[in-house]
Design a protein around this ligand. Structure first.
Ligand SMILES: [Fe+2]
Ligand SMILES: [Fe+2]
Length: 154
């Protein structure tokens, strides 16, 4: 395993570490942790959409419908996250929305790690995987810059 697949899995691990904290967080900590989730998750998802998913679709056409499902999951999670960031964490029901969002991302990550990425890693060359790794990192940095610019630069 090399290149882009390792980078994606590393991001998933970082995200899971924040989810663990979020599940035990006091209301006062929730907003900061959600911001951390957004800064990890949104650039990661955008870079997957721009760089990785199109490559998977052309290299492993059998995975196309899973990739499209993945895309829809990104959009749904992103919307939920944006709503949560505008909500007071003490608001009734917020806990449940956060738990559901975490569950959704975990399901999505599992699908990427168990289905989509293994199929792609078999079909792609090492050169393609390492080239995509560089493009993935660049796309992520650009998306993080844009996210911070729109959220007022935290
Ligand atoms: Fe991912
Ligand atoms: Fe994803």
């Amino acid at each position: 395993m090399s290149g882009v697949i390792t980078l994606i899995k590393d991001d998933h691990k970082k995200l899971e570490a924040v989810f663990k904290k979020l599940e035990k967080a006091e209301p006062a900590e929730v907003h900061d942790l959600l911001t951390q989730v957004a800064e990890l998750l949104i650039p990661h998802s955008k870079a997957e959409e721009q760089v990785v998913y199109p490559a998977i679709k052309s290299t492993s056409p059998d995975e196309s419908s899973d990739v499209d499902d993945g895309l829809a999951e990104h959009q749904h999670v992103e919307k939920t996250l944006e709503q949560l960031l505008r909500t007071n964490p003490e608001e009734p029901g917020t806990d449940g929305i956060i738990a559901a969002m975490i569950g959704e991302v975990r399901h999505h990550v599992e699908e990427e790690e168990q289905e989509i990425l293994p199929a792609f890693s078999k079909a792609a060359s090492n050169e393609q995987l390492s080239d995509l790794g560089e493009k993935f990192t660049a796309a992520k940095e650009k998306a993080l810059g844009e996210l911070k610019a729109t959220s007022g630069g935290s």
